[in-house]
Design a protein around this ligand. Structure first.
Ligand code: FFO
Length: 308
């Protein structure tokens, strides 16, 4: 339940080791953490101790599944969570001191500009549905061959070989890390089919996240993983099972103190559930209207800056 999240937050803030990170903001961090959530009966790891914008996280997940890595479709839907990185690259590479909002307005208004400056490189979506492959030629050179759709392959393997221990979606493409705006944080998803005590096949999911921003990112990451699991379960006619989340460097940014203090003073309220109101023909055909959340009456949002 949500108490696991709050306990993790409390423990990191009290006991985490302080370290300077890539962003220069500074964090308190523990290495190695685990959370478990049972998704039976529509339950979702949707925090109630602050409002989590689950539609934003859902739009991001649907965007991943299209294979797109340009932020423009997100911007046009009002999703802002990836805006900082193309902006930082633009300022860095052109030296032009443009405000974030003005930059994002240009991404929205100017398609050619967006094509040039809105792309994050081969991040999640690209690796998930079009992992690049190379074919060895007789003359000793490699040529590009067709990409691998890991999502489609896992749907297929869950249907044809549910007992497999290889239902894996991997974002960490070692050869392409240097072209990504950010290397993947939630990098490996493993799915697993096992019977519950009533003999029903349940679809479990384990997410390994190498680096985790517990205050801002994790609420999104938990929702998104459970959402992917629920879509996978619907497509493969399995019952949603357990979500196991594992964190590597699991941290709180020092400039999130106000959020942490406020949130740790609150208590979870109610048990939100997710209903998927339509069963699309494929995992790639979901739309935002297909998702309805019930019983979500959270505490108010708590704003905090994202570290870039
Ligand atoms: N960078 C950092 N520092 N932390 C992260 O968690 C992540 N992400 C990705 C990539 N970069 C990251 C971006 N995900 C918010 C939420 C998720 C993000 C980035 C930002 C955020 O600001 N959430 C606010 C407001 C949301 C809104 O306005 O819609 C909030 O939840 O209150 C990890 O996946």
């Amino acid at each position: 339940s949500e108490w696991q999240y709050l306990d993790l937050m409390r423990r990191i803030w009290a006991e985490g080791s302080e370290r300077v990170d890539r962003t220069g903001v500074g964090t308190r961090s523990v290495f190695g953490a685990q959370l478990r959530f049972d998704l039976a009966d529509g339950a979702m790891p949707l925090l109630t101790t602050k409002r989590v914008y689950w539609k934003t996280a859902t739009r991001e997940m649907l965007w991943f599944l299209t294979g797109d890595t340009n932020i423009r479709p997100l911007v046009l839907q009002g999703v802002k969570i990836w805006n900082e990185w193309p902006h930082a690259r633009y300022v860095n590479e052109t030296g032009e001191d443009i405000a974030l909002d003005d930059f994002i307005q240009r991404i929205a208004d100017d398609e050619a500009f967006a094509e040039r400056w809105g792309d994050l490189g081969p991040v999640y979506g690209k690796q998930w549905v079009d992992w690049p492959t190379y074919r060895y030629r007789k003359d000793g050179l490699y040529e590009k061959s067709e990409g691998i759709n890991q999502i489609a392959e896992v749907v297929e393997s869950l249907k044809t070989n549910p007992g497999s221990r290889r239902h894996i979606i991997e974002g960490w493409n070692v050869a392409e890390l240097d072209r990504m705006a950010l290397p993947p944080c939630h990098k490996t998803y493993q799915f697993h089919v096992a019977k519950d005590d009533q003999g029903r096949d349940r679809l479990n999911c384990l997410l390994y996240q190498r680096s985790c921003d517990v205050a801002l990112g994790l609420p999104f990451n938990l929702w998104s993983a459970a959402l992917l699991q629920r879509m996978m379960a619907q497509q493969t006619d399995l019952e949603p099972g357990e979500l196991v989340w594992m964190g590597g460097d699991t941290h709180l940014y020092l400039n999130h103190e106000h959020l942490i203090t406020e949130q740790l003073n609150r208590e979870p309220q109610g048990h939100p559930t997710l209903e998927i109101v339509r069963r699309p023909d494929s995992i790639f055909d979901y739309r935002i209207e297909d998702f309805v959340v019930h019983n979500y009456e959270p505490h108010p949002p708590i704003k905090a800056p994202v570290a870039v």
